[in-house]
Design a protein around this ligand. Structure first.
Ligand code: ADP
Ligand code: SF4
Ligand code: MG
Length: 339
């Protein structure tokens, strides 16, 4: 059985002042039906662009190479009607800033019933009842009152629950969650994550979960993929990625996390600055910040590690590090990289 989502060699360029700028380069991954994949990376690494590309929500003039297949269908070949149905019924998006994705002059009720009335042609009373049920499903009490309220009358956590209710309304097969809890306090974050997890399990939805928090990705997703400068650098089962990262960038991210049972004066930060896909050198984009960098890491070397075996791994993308680079204790080891 083929995967629900198959992304192969995805390269995206966006026009900036008339010049094409690369924002994603050769990104490949797949996601099984009902599966979960975490997408992590520093700011500007291309996480949101990946999601926007999957939903075909790119700015005008975007140049897309490679393929995105949803349930076997080429997403970039979908015509207007099929694209509308794909966006309305197959995939749903949840954003970081719920407030920015609601209309301040329309009530929660209008927001929730609109899609039901337009896409499912539901009569108003039925749509209203369904909206009440949806709010109850995401743990919102007094749903009738909430339906009459405007977004500014709801807290960030409540509004994110409304977004989740709207996202699951059509029982999509794939949820694209782009940092859905980043703007929330820790307690609300946990509540929202619990709802998302329950909804996903109940309805068997697959989820691409974007976060800059490696720990959260590990807690939520079976597998985690790390992006750097618009490229995939590593993908592994989440548990293993934490315990035994293959790529020096992932290892540096793992080391930079605070741990409850480890007391340190200062967390080891990654030196230098993240780079964009547009500015990245031809070879390994991480080279200017990598403590193992050496001459062989120049042009032609595009390391990426994939231990899942789910995707075809091209010969030039098999090694996490060049064979010559020695691995100090506690870091990625070349012997463990699949060849
Ligand atoms: N509309 C746009 N036009 C051109 N470049 C963009 C646009 N939106 C984002 N970018 C660039 O694409 C890259 C990836 O951005 P993004 O996917 O938003 O990063 P992330 O979500 O990982 O923080 C960044 O370098 C960003 O500046
Ligand atoms: S290719 Fe070289 S610079 Fe890049 S991550 Fe591997 S060791 Fe570091
Ligand atoms: Mg983003």
């Amino acid at each position: 059985m083929n995967a629900l989502l198959e992304v192969e060699d995805l390269t995206v360029r966006l026009p900036v002042a008339g010049e094409p700028r690369t924002v994603l380069r050769d990104v490949s991954f797949s996601l099984d039906r009902g599966g979960t994949l975490g997408l992590v990376g520093e700011s500007g690494s291309g996480k949101s662009m990946t999601v926007r590309t999957l939903a075909r929500l790119l700015p005008d003039g975007a140049d897309v190479r490679g393929t995105v297949r949803f349930d076997g269908a080429d997403v970039f070949a979908l015509r207007a009607g099929a694209l509308r149905s794909y966006r309305a019924k197959d995939v749903a998006m949840i954003f970081q800033d719920a407030r920015a994705h609601t209309n301040p002059v329309r009530t929660v009720g209008d927001f929730l019933t609109e899609a039901l009335r337009v896409n499912d042609r539901m009569p108003k009373p039925a749509a209203r009842k369904r909206a009440r049920d949806l709010l109850a499903e995401v743990g919102i009490t007094d749903p009738e009152r909430r339906l009459r309220q405007y977004p500014h009358e709801l807290s960030g956590g409540l509004l994110q629950r409304v977004m989740i209710a709207a996202a699951v309304a059509a029982r999509p097969r794939l949820v694209l969650a782009d940092e859905p809890t980043t703007a929330l306090d820790v307690t609300t974050q946990a509540e929202v994550m619990a709802i998302l997890r329950r909804m996903r399990r109940e309805y068997g939805m697959a989820m691409l979960f974007i976060t800059h928090d490696l720990e959260l990705a590990g807690a939520v997703c079976d597998e985690t993929m790390v992006l750097y400068a618009g490229r995939t650098v590593e993908r592994q089962a989440s548990k293993r990625l934490h315990a035994d990262p293959l790529h020096p960038y992932t290892a540096a991210l793992v080391r930079a996390r605070p741990e409850i049972d480890r007391r340190v004066e200062r967390l080891p930060a990654i030196s230098g600055h993240p780079t964009t896909a547009y500015e990245a050198p031809d070879g390994c984009a991480f080279a200017p910040r990598c403590r193992f960098a050496e001459e062989e890491c120049g042009a032609g070397c595009r390391p990426a590690a994939d231990r899942t075996g789910a995707d075809p791994v091209r010969p030039d993308a098999r090694t996490a590090r060049p064979a010559a680079a020695a691995a100090p204790a506690g870091t990625a080891s070349t012997e463990e990289v699949p060849r």
